[in-house]
Design a protein around this ligand. Structure first.
Ligand code: NDP
Ligand code: OXD
Length: 308
């Protein structure tokens, strides 16, 4: 069996040993390489910043296994006619839980006031307790649920919103249009963990931003196009939104002249909220190949109609 690594070329040295170890552990004998003739490839390990975007020459490939959780750059690819799986793994979830908890706590505790205070002024800002802070997570999938539960474990009053109705212990779960309005109306801090699809584009726009309480904080580790950039800037400038912490953007890297960089109430992080870790992701890839070879259902299959 031949497995092509078609992730970002500079990631090949990071992944090679972990993938070989995980394949061996899963009982799979395979030739794994970043260079295999297309018509000899059985599985394609894919990333959007990798070399393969035309799948037609991969005539015997059985599945494309994405190293990324977000699949908006491949889901509409008309040359792809075999199953596509996305990445769900412990490393990605743990990283996202840490990034989200860190940035929510920064705003909840008002840490900036103390970190930036160097003039000796003794002003005591007593934050509310977490249970008095309503936080909403848009998206209750692998990452949204993990983050919502982490925030609930910290004591926050957490509401989650998703396409289908859900039950998650400790989370007030909402769905549908009415659910979105309610989820926004209470959110002093809102975390976006939706995929980018035609239905979620600009989900935070002038109208929906206005539904958030005055002073709300927006935290976006999902995807840039979930937010209408101009509407966000206008809400920040009017003071309706007090701060936005953004990890993802319509154009990445975020262009140097983009107004987000210089805005005093925007924090930019460079798409680092959660990285796929070779040691954990390799096990997911190997397990999916094992399953497919054994005739079992693939895990984390992308619903190409839904777009995620
Ligand atoms: P999942 O597919 O597991 O979850 C997506 C969630 O969004 C589901 O709850 C889904 O609802 C909900 N959803 C999708 N469309 C809609 C809609 N139209 N209305 C309401 N809810 C909707 O994805 P993950 O949790 O694994 O990842 C989420 C996103 O996080 C990724 O798509 C990616 O963009 C981003 N990401 C960012 C990273 C970073 O470093 N910044 C790292 C990894 C991922 P339902 O449950 O009903 O299907
Ligand atoms: C992903 C990401 O989708 O890194 O995995 O954003």
């Amino acid at each position: 069996m031949n497995i092509l690594f078609a992730g970002a070329p500079d990631n090949w040295p990071r992944y090679e040993a972990s993938l070989n170890a995980a394949l061996t552990k899963a009982g799979i004998t395979a030739h794994l390489s970043d260079m295999i003739a297309p018509d000899e490839v059985d599985y394609i390990i894919y990333a959007p910043n990798g070399p393969v975007q035309d799948f037609i020459p991969y005539t015997r490939a059985k599945a494309v296994l994405s190293l990324w959780a977000g699949v908006e750059k491949i889901v509409g690819n008309q040359t792809l006619r075999i199953p596509l799986t996305r990445m769900v793994d412990d490393g990605l979830s743990q990283g996202m839980k840490e990034w989200v908890a860190g940035h929510v706590l920064r705003h909840h505790l008002g840490m900036d006031a103390d970190i930036l205070n160097s003039d000796g002024s003794w002003v005591q800002h007593i934050p509310p307790l977490a249970q008095e802070r309503p936080v909403t997570v848009l998206g209750l999938g692998a990452l949204g649920q993990a983050c919502a539960s982490t925030l609930a474990d910290l004591g926050f009053d957490v509401t989650g919103w998703s396409r289908s109705a859900k039950t998650v212990p400790g989370i007030k779960c909402l769905s549908g249009d009415a659910g979105l309005r309610a989820a926004l109306a209470s959110a002093e801090i809102i975390v976006l963990l939706l995929p980018f699809t035609p239905q979620t584009e600009n989900i935070l726009n002038a109208e929906t931003l206005a539904l958030l309480p005055r002073g709300a904080v927006v935290i976006n580790p999902g995807r840039g196009p979930l937010i209408d950039d101009d509407a966000l800037l206008a809400s920040l400038d009017s003071g309706h939104i007090s701060h936005a912490t953004l990890d993802v953007f319509r154009v990445e890297p975020l262009p140097k002249d983009h107004p987000f960089w210089a805005h005093p109430n925007i924090t930019v992080t460079p798409h680092i909220a959660a990285d796929t870790r070779p040691s954990t992701a390799a096990k997911v890839i190997a397990e999916n190949i094992r399953r497919n070879e054994a005739g079992e259902a693939l895990l984390y299959l992308v619903d190409r109609g839904a777009g995620y």
